[in-house]
Design a protein around this ligand. Sequence first.
Ligand code: SAH
Length: 364
Amino acid sequence: MTKGDSVAPDGLAAVFARLIAATGPISIAHYMAEANARYYGSRDPLGAAGDFVTAPEISQMFGELIGLWLADIWDRAGRPNDACYVELGPGRGTLARDALRAASQARLAPEVHFVETSPALRALQQAAHPGAVWHDDLSSLPADRPLLIVANEFLDALPVRQLVRTAGGWRERMVGMDAESALVPVAGTRPMDTAIPARFEHAGEGAIVETSPAAATVVQEIGGRLAAQGGAALFIDYGYVQPQLGSTLQAVRAHKKVNVFAEPGEADLTALVDFAALAEVAEHAGARWLGTSEQGHWLAALGIGARAARLARAAPHAAEAIEAATIRLTAPAEMGSLFKVMGLAAPGWPDGAGLARVSFNAAG
Ligand code: SAH
């Protein structure tokens, strides 16, 4: 929607416009949560014909290496035979399919649990994994067994909260309306200075501090469960490992960036994941942080090169496509550097393959 366009009366933009007209601006977190609930709930956004493509949809190697990572750490933890596979936001179920196939070769054949809110995607997951158990959130996951948890491009879809520095101090960043009734970012009226970490206190006017309380809540719950139940978790997402200022909120539709405020519910809203903050949250909750690596390094350490060569030998006609997929997943200019892999485990569990505990300097 550009300025002056009329909004569909039943579209989410119109719903927000009525709400804002009646009660004033809404928070960025509220906006993002409702926009993504509508967006994911009503479609399969993945693939060339959709809005974006994820790593498991690029190549089977991605899910396979995740399955082998899980099987390896599970093996070295003593092969607890009641461990469950848990995936958060499993999309089409592709990653789970490839991971579980690879894991079964190491004789890991776990019960499968999916946390998914989208009815549209649940239907696709059901077709691919008829024996799985679905959950609306983490609370109903089994509480008495080790969990092997995977989340790819899940945390980035959870709502972020933004605080903006104004002439009058820090305020929550909100969504309001301009004179033409277009949705626009505005500063809230309530002082928020006490919510700003010391390192950002003196940032200049216009600076934005972004956090994801929703992502922190998920990682806190998982950290606590790993500590209590045993298991390990892999979070893969695009994100950063140093605290930083600025809004990373973006909207993507049909593989192109669009205005974040133009088409709520029709575009995928994501924000970069603050991996340093989440590692701290996990450790506070009692889990071990196994390290956070760049996706390219991690896949290379796990042997994506050898796997690609083997697949290409088995299917020479597909060799070029396999090579292209490998580059897309690992090259620094593609998904290799921007995407990070964070590993967590229960206190008594071993280290994770391909992950190193580098320390984050609190710069920025
Ligand atoms: N992991 C898949 C899909 C990524 S898209 C892949 O890599 O291809 C994000 C996924 O998270 C979708 O399945 C979406 O429906 C789900 N999702 C988004 N917000 C969610 C929430 N709050 N609770 C549960 N699932 C959510």
